[in-house]
Design a protein around this ligand. Structure first.
Ligand SMILES: NC(=O)c1ccc[n+]([C@@H]2O[C@H](COP(=O)([O-])OP(=O)(O)OC[C@H]3O[C@@H](n4cnc5c(N)ncnc54)[C@H](O)[C@@H]3O)[C@@H](O)[C@H]2O)c1
Length: 362
């Protein structure tokens, strides 16, 4: 799905005026020539006004439906608490806009599918903000996947452990009704996308998950992102996971081990590992990547030099999204299929954790 030729200039509206819109979306969209950021919406109208004034954006609303009807943007960013993603994205798609929805796309596979069906029915693009695949080490690994360096990739392990990094303690982030999950949906989804992207997004068939909340309920492990509403207390609402582990089997025989935490007595870890018949990889953040293989009977470690690669993965996600709307066939966005598989896995992990047993999906 690409834009029609009459839509040469992208009139982008933000639903949500929170941290990610301020530090991520608005600065990045404003850098792009044929884009104008035309409106900011937030239930907290004062916040929307502040953000809009700072960025020179004319239209400020507290009601996104009114904004859609009056401003008629042709691109909408949905960056509100997770539970609102589905209704807001569907309304924006039905109003004729392409949508960049923040992660997680939805809380259930059924909801994500409904959103994708609405996008298809309106011939609009609906994509999601899992940008870590555009970090230099993941892109370097992907180039080696595409050239067959790993042989058959049969397994992967993806980990994001924070020692201390519960965001927005006492805000929507730690409220299950608004967030639908904690570390899993906040940063786990990024770790998942990194691995699944390199594995070629195989179809999952079974998922086993375990979730814990051992730090948040004690008011421990705070930090990293968002505003803590009740710092220094254990009285804030915290009914989401702060650690989730999982194991996923795929229909092509691949396996994925998955670990995420917002807080744990463990050093911070951010790593995706690939296991292939001819080579392996350990992929970290920024410029951290090592490839492993055997050359002439000798085990070797290869360190690709990616020091000059562009590091702003969020910028790349947005620039890529706009080029995709422009009709550039080389600008591939996160596809409906990929988005649905990611949601299928997170839903499976949470269901498995609740039941205490492996669940079938797909
Ligand atoms: N892709 C990434 O790396 C990344 C990073 C951070 C956050 N996010 C995602 O972005 C979304 C927002 O996160 P954030 O950190 O900006 O949160 P935030 O708490 O800073 O901002 C959320 C904003 O949404 C507003 N809001 C709540 N309900 C609303 C409604 N009904 N209508 C309009 N506005 C409403 C709130 O008033 C608040 O200003 C979340 O889904 C989060 O998962 C993505």
């Amino acid at each position: 799905m690409t834009a029609t030729s009459s839509e040469k200039t992208w009139r982008v509206a933000m639903i949500g005026a929170g941290t990610i819109v301020q530090v991520g979306h608005i600065p990045r969209f404003k850098e792009i020539k044929n884009v104008e950021v035309v409106a900011v919406v937030d239930v907290n109208e004062a916040r929307a006004r502040l953000v809009a004034d700072e960025a020179g954006i004319v239209n400020v609303y507290s009601d996104y439906k009114k904004m859609l009807a009056e401003v008629k943007p042709n691109v909408v960013v949905v960056a509100t608490p997770n539970t609102f993603h589905k209704p807001m994205a569907i309304d924006a798609l039905n109003a004729g806009a392409h949508v960049l929805c923040e992660k997680p796309l939805a809380l259930t596979y059924a909801d994500a599918k409904e959103m994708m069906d609405v996008a298809a029915a309106n011939n609009r693009v609906l994509t999601v903000g899992t940008h870590y695949r555009w970090t230099p080490p993941v892109q370097a690994a992907k180039a080696h996947v595409d050239k067959g360096f790993f042989g058959e990739i049969y397994a992967a392990r993806t980990v994001w452990h924070r020692r201390s990094g519960i965001p927005g303690f006492g805000s929507w982030f730690t409220n299950n009704d608004l967030a639908g999950g904690g570390s899993l949906l906040d940063i786990g989804i990024h770790a998942l996308d990194r691995a699944l992207y390199l594995m070629g997004y195989p179809q999952p068939v079974t998922v086993s998950g375990a979730t814990y909340a051992k730090f948040g309920p004690r008011g421990m492990g705070l930090g990293g992102w968002g505003v803590d509403r009740q710092p220094g207390t254990s009285k804030a609402r915290f009914d989401v996971d702060d650690l989730t582990w999982g194991f996923v089997r795929f229909d092509n025989g691949m396996a994925l081990q998955f670990q995420v935490s917002w807080a744990a007595h463990i050093p911070t870890q951010f790593q995706t590992e690939l296991f292939g018949t001819e080579g392996g990889a350990s992929i970290g953040d920024r410029d951290q990547i090592e490839l492993y293989t055997n050359l002439n009977g000798q085990d070797v470690v290869i360190k690709p030099d990616i020091s000059s690669a562009p590091v702003n993965s969020y910028g790349r996600l947005i620039e890529n999204f706009v080029r995709h709307l422009d009709g550039d066939p080389t600008a591939v966005v996160i596809s409906p299929r990929e988005s649905l598989i990611a949601v299928q896995i997170i839903e499976g992990l949470l269901r498995s954790a609740e039941l205490g047993e492996e669940v079938k999906i797909g």
